[in-house]
Ligand binder design. Structure first.
Ligand code: THG
Length: 805
């Protein structure tokens, strides 16, 4: 026998895809169970309208959709009619250009169409209403139930057992591991359980005490009678699937009729416990009765956009349940507490085969090599993000906004403020413009700094980049390089690692040599087994057996817990503490008088850590700066935070101290060339291509990812590259395609105007041969091609004179 005993709960598109992929990898003790009849089990797959639009702001989601298209096509479960999104407003037309950029950046063929070309593709459209379109030739219709059937058939041929009409009643856990699944048809022993139960997921996960943050929401799908323009159509669908996002609508053909999906109605959430059983449900459990009144605006709008539908009527409809999440991403991975309990949840048909593939690799190989899953990991959430009220409110809001045009900086619309740092009241007095980060209210800039604009000529970005922006951002950035500024770093994840095994633990998990003197700080990386970057962290040694780690989020904490040995204690200390960056040429003038000679030029060197007092406030101080200036990160307990801010502020006034927001921060860090995990580099990149080879110490001994990394080292084919852009109005935002001539060769990760260097700065992944300084490329930005030049990095203070000063 090869592979452990696996029970997959749910025979929908995800469970079926996983069974097929896992059995293809040679695992041969797999059982798929479902409460309903296979292949139409009564879950979301059984009523899914099957539209596959691959374009997504997430590279991973686009890639998983592409894999789904390829696989379902090969299996004869896909009608490749193309996908057309039309614009009926100027804002949407602009948005389609941005979406065209995403598709292109992620390697998906996409075309912008004129109104005439839209009608050529889809003859039912009223040409007078359409301003333009985005066409993706490989989009189309997935036959979800057939996909379940075909994939399960292949799985069965490889020995997978499929048990339908088996309702899961409970899951047995022994010593923190799954042991078996109790079903209405008996107990099934299991080493691995994968919950692919879709809308029932929260109920199944609760059987092992796991909170699964998803909400089933009803979504309207209606079918017309015969449409005159489709009369006699012999094929199920010939025209592209169609999206009319300005009115929250989409369309597909079914012979001479149209299916109409609508997101414009009020959110209709339901809990997993309220879903009817297979036997009690009239149609199926995931289908609730059509509420005709909610559909009225959709029908009126349809008759306007597709005038031929005026001669028919709505003949049937459903309110079908689908899973929504708080960030619109799936929930994949292993429970943090129960070993062997995995979930693959909140997955739409669009990404189903890709997720099946991803999960099979993750289970069988220990990591996923086909897709970067960091945005999908079920352990990404902060504790408050699992609260039922939070999940419900944000999931419903995401339903409302599903087709809206969302700016990358747009803060959530509800439940704010959620988390506030101890500096919050001070920041409000200073007129902070707040955005949200991991639930924290975080200032983007401060209106009180408007006076800094006197005598400065801060260039304005274009329309899109100027949202959630103020010229004050530029003034704060410049002031930070001239005097001294306070930056609220409370949202930075802080993890304490303590105990006799702490050093060995961090040596094993990180690429750095952290076994240095007490007071040392090490910038290093966490790698996956395959050498991909999982995070970049700072490790401050505060005692022989005590470290403070500056991390990027909950996934780092989860990674630590998963690898923890019995002789380390790992604690997330973020919530009970706070952090302020005191940075700028005058930082020492402010801090030293408050903290004493230990904080003097010779007493406190760059990349060292110390405990001390700033006025009456006990602090842990790290001498480093993500904005590339002299100064410290000062940490204290939450109760002392306001006092810390106040003493620094008062002492700083004679030196021209200002508060700086995240807008300035992001600009300054890009000038300095500091990467941001999750945006600039992710699991799919290794340190050498990301320009972080200096943070790897292969000679220190073994660590996770070392072997794979050494093999990857010689084959660097792409590089995270610094580009500069002339003309502030051309500053881009991230995720734009980069062209060499007509071909897309890479994409932008993050970008900002550099107020010190007087240029736009953009980091982009480019092939090695195009990454040499002086190389000219073009960034696709809406309808423009913005020239950009590869620059020697970092743009600011390459000699490190500021930081070491
Ligand atoms: N502060 C702390 N921890 C952090 C961050 C932070 N952890 C997560 C994230 N931010 C990590 N990112 C960086 C990026 C660069 C640096 C620090 C954290 C940095 N780099 C020096 C350089 O490249 O010049 C390293 C020099 C060296 O290795 O000696 O300072 O903001 N606490």
């Amino acid at each position: 026998m090869a592979g452990p005993r696996v029970v997959i709960i749910g025979a929908g598109v995800v469970g079926a895809a996983l069974a097929e992929e896992l059995s293809a990898k040679g695992w041969d003790q797999i059982t798929v169970v479902d409460q309903g009849p296979v292949p139409a089990t009564g879950g979301s797959s059984s009523h899914a309208p099957g539209l596959v639009f691959q374009t997504n702001s997430s590279k991973t989601m686009t890639e998983m959709a592409r894999y789904t298209v390829e696989k379902l096509s090969a299996l004869g479960c896909f009608l490749q009619v193309g996908g057309l999104e039309v614009a009926t407003t100027p804002e949407r037309l602009t948005e389609l250009r941005r979406r065209h950029g995403w598709a292109t950046a992620w390697g998906l063929e996409a075309h912008l169409l004129t109104p005439g070309e839209c009608v050529e593709r889809h003859s039912l459209l009223d040409v007078g209403r359409v301003l333009g379109g985005l066409f993706v030739p490989t989009d189309g219709l997935a036959k979800a139930v057939r996909a379940v059937d075909v994939q399960l058939t292949r799985a069965r041929e490889r020995g997978v057992r499929v048990l339908d009409r088996h309702e899961v009643l409970d899951i047995r856990v022994v010593d923190g591991r799954v042991a078996s699944v109790f079903t209405s048809g008996g107990e099934i022993p299991a080493d691995v359980v994968v919950c692919c139960a879709g809308i029932w997921g929260p109920r199944v996960a609760r059987m092992v005490g796991m909170t699964l943050p998803l909400t089933p929401l009803a979504h309207q799908l209606a079918w017309t009678g015969p449409v005159p323009g489709l009369h006699g159509q012999a094929e199920e669908a010939v025209r592209p699937i169609l999206r009319h996002q300005d009115s929250d609508l989409y369309y597909r053909e079914r012979f001479d009729r149209l299916g109409i999906g609508y997101y414009g109605h009020r959110p209709m959430p339901i809990t997993a416990d309220e879903i009817l059983s297979v036997d009690a449900a009239e149609v199926m459990p995931s289908v609730t009765p059509f509420t005709e009144d909610d559909f009225a605006p959709a029908w009126a709008e349809t008759r306007s956009l597709l005038p031929g539908t005026g001669e028919t009527k709505i003949e049937e409809g459903i309110n079908g349940l689908f899973s929504f999440t708080t960030d619109n991403m799936p929930l994949l991975g292993e429970s943090p507490e129960v070993k062997g309990f995995w979930v693959a949840e909140a997955v739409w048909v669009t990404h189903s085969a890709g997720v099946g593939r991803a999960m099979a690799e993750w289970l069988a190989d220990g990591h996923c090599s086909s897709f970067d899953l960091h945005e999908c990991d079920v352990n990404r959430f902060e504790p408050h993000q699992l609260a039922p009220d939070y999940v419900l409110a944000r999931d419903c809001q995401n339903y409302v906004e599903v087709y809206d045009i969302i700016h990358p900086l747009e803060p959530p619309a509800n439940l704010r403020p959620l988390r506030t740092s101890p500096f919050h009241t001070r920041q409000r007095v200073l007129g902070a413009y707040f955005l949200e980060a991991s639930g924290w209210e975080r200032p983007q800039w401060y209106e009180a700094n408007a006076a800094l604009l006197d005598g400065r000529d801060i260039p304005h970005p274009g329309d899109w980049a100027s949202r959630h922006w103020s010229p004050i951002v530029g003034a704060e950035a410049q002031a930070s390089r001239e005097t001294v500024a306070l930056y609220d770093m409370t949202a930075l994840k802080r993890i304490e690692v303590a105990g006799p095994g702490a050093t060995a633990f961090l040596q094993r998990l990180s690429t750095g040599d952290v076994d240095k003197s007490v007071g040392s700080v090490t910038y290093c990386l966490l790698l996956d087994e395959d050498g991909g970057i999982r995070s970049d962290i700072t490790v401050a040694r505060l005692g022989r057996d005590l470290y403070q780690v500056g991390a990027n989020g909950n996934l780092d904490l989860d990674w630590f817990h998963r690898h923890a040995t019995g002789d380390v204690v790992i604690r997330d200390i973020t919530a009970g503490t706070c952090c302020v960056g005191v940075w700028g040429p005058r930082a020492r003038d402010v801090v030293e008088p408050l903290a004493g000679p230990d904080f003097g030029k010779d007493g406190f060197r760059y990349f060292r850590a110390k405990r001390g007092y700033v006025g009456p406030v006990p602090v842990t101080a790290l001498r480093l700066s993500y904005i590339g200036e002299l100064g410290w990160e000062l940490y204290t307990t939450a109760d002392m935070g306001a006092k810390l801010w106040d003493v620094l502020w008062e002492a700083g006034l004679p030196h021209g101290i200002v508060a700086g927001g995240r807008g300035a921060f992001n600009s300054l860090r890009l000038e300095k060339g500091y990467r941001s995990f999750g945006t600039d580099m992710t699991y799919e990149h290794d340190p050498y291509e990301a320009g972080l080879g200096f943070a790897v110490k292969p000679d220190k001994g073994d660590f996770i990812g070392r072997t794979a990394l050494l093999a990857r080292r010689e084959s660097v084919r792409r590089r995270l590259t610094c580009l500069t852009i002339d003309g502030p109005e051309a500053v881009v935002m991230g995720k734009e395609p980069v062209y060499d001539g007509d071909s897309c060769v890479g994409y932008v990760t993050s970008a900002a105007y550099g107020y010190t260097v007087g240029k736009g700065v953009a980091y982009a992944w480019l092939p090695v041969e195009l990454s040499a300084p002086g190389q000219v490329v073009h960034i696709g930005y809406f309808d423009r091609r913005v020239p950009a030049v590869v620059a020697q990095e970092p743009l600011f203070d390459p000699a490190m004179e500021r930081l070491r000063g």
